[in-house]
Design a protein around this ligand. Structure first.
Ligand SMILES: Nc1ncnc2c1ncn2[C@@H]1O[C@H](COP(=O)(O)OP(=O)(O)OP(=O)(O)O)[C@@H](O)[C@H]1O
Ligand SMILES: [Mg+2]
Length: 153
């Protein structure tokens, strides 16, 4: 599986990287699941905001931490999950997780590693990490599972 690594030195760069990825994914038909992981405060929600904008969503993407999922209409629909507060995987059944996952939509899941066993096999993984040697605002953004042509170049 090919992995692309992007480097970001600011919120704006992370937003723009996510914008471009989403913009290239929105033409895809059917469900696209994007798993978004990385430590607390690393920039997952900043990425989600750029990702939503790239899908043509006009509303600001806000963290759905307390209601687990929030949906938005754009050029392609987005279901934005933040599963950080899930204590038991059965909570996913209660909210009808599979209906979101198999919708004709992009599904972006923050903290997906907490629900690994509920994830489908065909997913895109985005992993954000810091490297303090490269600066306080530096972030490495590794993207796995996107075909080269879907990066738009
Ligand atoms: N290059 C960068 N990319 C993204 N965020 C950055 C960057 N540099 C600094 N930041 C800061 O890091 C923080 C990221 O916060 P954000 O809420 O997006 O993290 P998160 O991964 O969603 O956290 P949580 O796990 O608590 O949900 C913000 O305060 C943002 O300004
Ligand atoms: Mg967050």
């Amino acid at each position: 599986m090919n992995t692309r690594v992007f480097e970001s030195f600011s919120d704006k760069e992370t937003f723009d990287i996510a914008f471009r990825i989403a913009n290239n994914l929105k033409a895809k038909t059917g469900s696209v699941v994007v798993c978004l992981d990385g430590d607390l405060g690393v920039g997952k929600t900043v990425f989600a905001k750029g990702f939503g904008a790239g899908l043509g969503i006009k509303r600001d993407i806000v963290s759905p931490t307390f209601n687990i999922v929030k949906s938005y209409e754009g050029d392609k629909r987005l279901h934005h999950f933040d599963v950080y507060r899930i204590s038991d995987i059965s909570e996913l059944d209660e909210i009808g997780f599979d209906e979101f996952i198999y919708d004709d939509a992009i599904v972006l899941i923050e903290w997906s590693k907490l629900i690994e066993e509920a994830l489908p096999t065909n997913i895109i993984r985005v992993f954000i990490s810091k490297d303090l040697e490269k600066g306080f605002d530096y972030r490495k953004i590794a993207v796995e599972g996107i075909d080269d042509e879907d990066f738009g170049n």
